[in-house]
Design a protein around this ligand. Structure first.
Ligand code: NAG
Ligand code: NAG
Ligand code: NAG
Ligand code: NAG
Ligand code: NAG
Ligand code: NAG
Length: 700
């Protein structure tokens, strides 16, 4: 093992200077050392120790903390440490020590400095072989220590050590935010029952900050809350896995363990928590930040009765908006966020899994067990920018009613949806509400996703407590009213750590709407759509089974067996799936005879005749009046025929292009120009475009 470099990574303003030791040429089994406590150096009055933090390639990284020996001995319960330090190390450590501790009040220690230990570099700062030998000796000691069971409590770190000393020692939990105590004082001052603040719980503050608190509210009792850290191998990806075994065919998905807090015996009036907020784009996908917030919720939820309880978060970035809702936000000033939570609601939320690593709803939910508040719950969807989805929305409404739900159906439409189309939506059962579209400021002009942020308007439906949003290209095959019992945001998984915004439970709230709008210029959506944006705001979401938003899509990686299973699900009677999501070319935009996704190579992964047929069953159950909203435009008929001809030319083996079209809609015309055959003749041979044939809907 060679020590390549050891640099001080910039001393944080708090109590705990960090030293990064980067050591090369580790053996594979050394990985096992993750999480070990290591003592690097020990002297009479102080020592340096640390926890092995991570492995990266062949590099071993330990972050060491530096505290007085008295404290460490106390906290580790080690009375005698047989350790020697190398001279070089000691000099540097002494340096840190003098910078850090009283006497020198200057902020010198915030300057980065180096303990440069390099043995392969010619410019080594170790001028004599002796010093080099000492360094090697020192790290020999270190290595020995790592293997010694006395000091290396792998995975037991947090149990072996009282927590107060560790809080602030795990870099994931450290917040470098400089607290503005005047601001805190002001915010606390607005609490109406300020005089009654007798018990204050403090979580994740360092010693200086705790002293500040004591000065700020001297009459209260300050209870320093102790929390074990989450294991280092718990990342956001393990909390929000792309896939879990929902059916529990091979395993029972279990979320990683989040250490629980020891509940204080006292009844708290105020819980103050300092949350880290990393600067990068992923600040809201932060395990430590989540752990601290869930712990706060549990602390609050454990508080009995109607005793008023306030929560104060000290952080740059907004707390989880669907755990601590903006409705409950009493005051936000600078980095201080004061909440007065509804404890009953919070109690329910603490029962949820910590991430989407488990289903938040059983795979087989009780379908008739939920009654809810019928008048304050609604299904909702949105149509903007074009009317091609009108027929889809009508069929979706029909399917909801056929599945037995009597909840309100609310559809948001913009000005592009004509009065004629609105009348059809109303006839299908939708309550139509006109909205102003919301532009994605980051989208290209006229891009396909330019107006997708209009979905945020759902949060303005404040005459409802809960909304189940569904995309307009869906069929509800089984009643999903029980989803109204779920909190915001409950949804199915998409890819990576994200949810699919096609079916989601939303809790309308003007201030949440405002929150969405406030960050519209800052937050970037990975796909420019609402799904990407909502996933940045609501990173804490709850997984419902895929059967509640089942994509009509066959992956490349699906083998024949998998395809058979999916096809079986689409066709099952009585239905097994709750909701089918029609991706690709929509069924009402194909002739009813077969799924036209077969005729276009890039759409073939969406082709399923069985799912297609399922949609048409619902269509056929609709009244003549409603069916009229599903007629095809002349250009679209020409397009379908064109695709069919291309498939014929390419001689696609599925052979759907050979099927004769019997769909009656082929012969029904809603445009001024009706000959799709003539239209087709022009295509491909000249530069004439479909624009020649202006098609205006002929209102019946
Ligand atoms: C993390 O490591 C522990 C053992 O150290 C193991 O039990 C646990 O399953 C691991 N968790 C994850 C999410 O890999
Ligand atoms: C953000 O976090 C996700 C999930 O852990 C990860 O896949 C992604 O690469 C991260 N992005 C950045 C820019 O760090
Ligand atoms: C939300 O705002 C709208 C006006 O924008 C208002 O009509 C409605 O009453 C508000 N809802 C609540 C619950 O305050
Ligand atoms: C934007 O909305 C349209 C129509 O609702 C939808 O087809 C499209 O997939 C959405 N795009 C994104 C990126 O969300
Ligand atoms: C189309 O494919 C079939 C078999 O898949 C073959 O018998 C036939 O000759 C092909 N036709 C053309 C025109 O290539
Ligand atoms: C089609 O347009 C191209 C240039 O855009 C032109 O060169 C060509 O002559 C046009 N053909 C016909 C049949 O108009």
């Amino acid at each position: 093992m060679n020590i390549v470099d050891a640099t001080q990574s910039g001393l944080p303003a708090g109590d705990t200077p960090m030293i990064k030791l980067v050591i090369e040429s580790m053996k594979e089994e050394d990985v096992e050392m993750n999480g070990c406590v290591c003592v690097f150096c020990c002297r009479e009055d102080f020592l340096i120790y640390g926890i092995v933090q991570s492995f990266h390639m062949q590099v071993f990284l330990a972050i060491a903390w530096f505290i007085s020996k008295y404290e460490l001995v106390r906290c580790l319960g080690i009375s005698r440490l047989k350790l020697r330090c190398g001279n070089v190390m000691r000099t540097h450590v002494k340096d840190i020590y003098q910078r850090k501790f009283p006497g020198s009040k200057d902020r010198d220690f915030e300057r980065p400095f180096h303990i440069a230990i390099q043995d392969k570099n010619a410019k080594s700062k170790f001028h004599s072989p002796l010093k080099l030998a000492l360094v090697i000796l020192l790290f020999g000691n270190l290595l020995a220590l790592l293997y010694s069971q006395n000091v290396c409590h792998r995975n037991h770190v947090s149990h072996a050590v009282p927590l107060w000393i560790w809080s602030g020692l795990d870099s994931r939990y450290i917040s470098h935010l400089d607290i503005d105590w005047d601001e805190i004082a002001k915010v606390i001052g607005t609490m109406s029952d300020e005089n009654e603040v007798q018990e204050i719980g403090l979580l994740n503050f360092n010693k200086n900050e705790i002293n500040h608190w004591k000065q700020l509210i001297p009459d209260a009792e300050h209870i320093v809350l102790q929390l074990d850290y989450v294991e280092k191998n718990v990342t956001w990806d393990t909390l929000y896995p792309e896939w879990i075994d929902e059916e529990q065919e091979e395993e029972v998905p279990i979320c990683p363990y989040f250490p629980k807090i020891d509940m204080p015996r006292k009844r708290l009036d105020l819980i103050a928590v300092k949350l880290p907020c990393r600067d990068d784009v992923n600040w809201s996908r932060d395990v430590a930040r989540l752990h601290l917030q869930l712990t706060t919720a549990e602390l609050a939820a454990a508080s009995k009765g109607y005793h008023p309880l306030h929560l104060l978060f000290v952080t740059k970035c907004f707390p989880i908006p669907n755990l601590f809702t903006c409705k409950e936000l009493v005051l936000h000033q600078g980095n201080a966020w004061l909440y007065k939570p509804n404890l009953n609601v919070l109690r329910d939320k603490t029962q949820l899994p910590v991430g989407s690593c488990e289903l938040a709803l059983p795979f087989k939910p009780k379908e008739h067990g939920y009654s809810g508040n019928v008048y304050r719950e609604a299904y909702a969807t949105i149509l903007h920018s074009a009317d091609v989805y009108v027929c889809g929305a009508i069929a979706a409404a029909q399917s909801i009613r056929m599945a037995g739900s009597t909840r309100d159906l609310v559809i948001l439409v913009d000005e592009t949806i004509s009065g004629y189309h609105r009348s059809g939506l109303e006839a299908a059962g939708w309550k139509v509400r006109e909205i102003q579209r919301i532009r994605n400021p980051k989208a290209e002009k006229d891009a396909y996703n330019e107006w997708n942020y209009s979905k945020f308007r759902l949060w303005q439906l404040t005459d409802y407590n809960k909304i189940i949003f569904i995309d307009a290209d869906m069929l509800i095959l089984r009643n999903i009213d029980f989803l109204f019992s779920m909190p915001e945001i409950s949804a199915t998984g998409n890819d990576a750590t994200l949810f699919n915004s096609g079916v989601m439970v939303v809790e309308p709230s003007n201030c949440t709407y405002q929150l969405l709008m406030d960050h519209i210029d800052k937050i970037v959506s990975y796909n420019g759509g609402d799904q990407g944006y909502l996933n940045e705001i609501f990173t804490w979401w709850h997984r419902i089974p895929k059967h509640m938003n089942f994509l009509k899509h066959f992956w490349d990686r699906d083998d024949e067996e998998e395809k058979q299973i999916k096809t079986g699900l689409f066709g099952a009677e009585p239905p097994i799936l709750y909701v089918v999501h029609y991706l690709g070319q929509k069924p009402w935009l194909c002739f009813r005879d077969y799924d036209c996704n077969w005729n276009v190579d890039i759409l073939q992964e969406f082709a399923s005749d069985v799912a297609h047929w399922r949609w048409w069953q619902v269509h056929d159950s609709m009244s003549e009046l409603l069916q009229q909203f599903c007629l095809l435009k002349t250009t679209h008929k020409a397009q379908l025929q064109w695709d069919r001809m291309q498939a014929q030319k390419a001689n696609y083996t599925d052979g759907h292009w050979e099927i004769k079209i019997r769909d009656r809609r082929l012969k029904r015309c809603i445009d001024n120009y009706c000959s799709w055959k003539n239209m087709l003749k022009h295509w491909g041979e000249e530069n004439s475009t479909e624009n020649e044939f202006v098609h205006r809907p002929r209102v019946p």
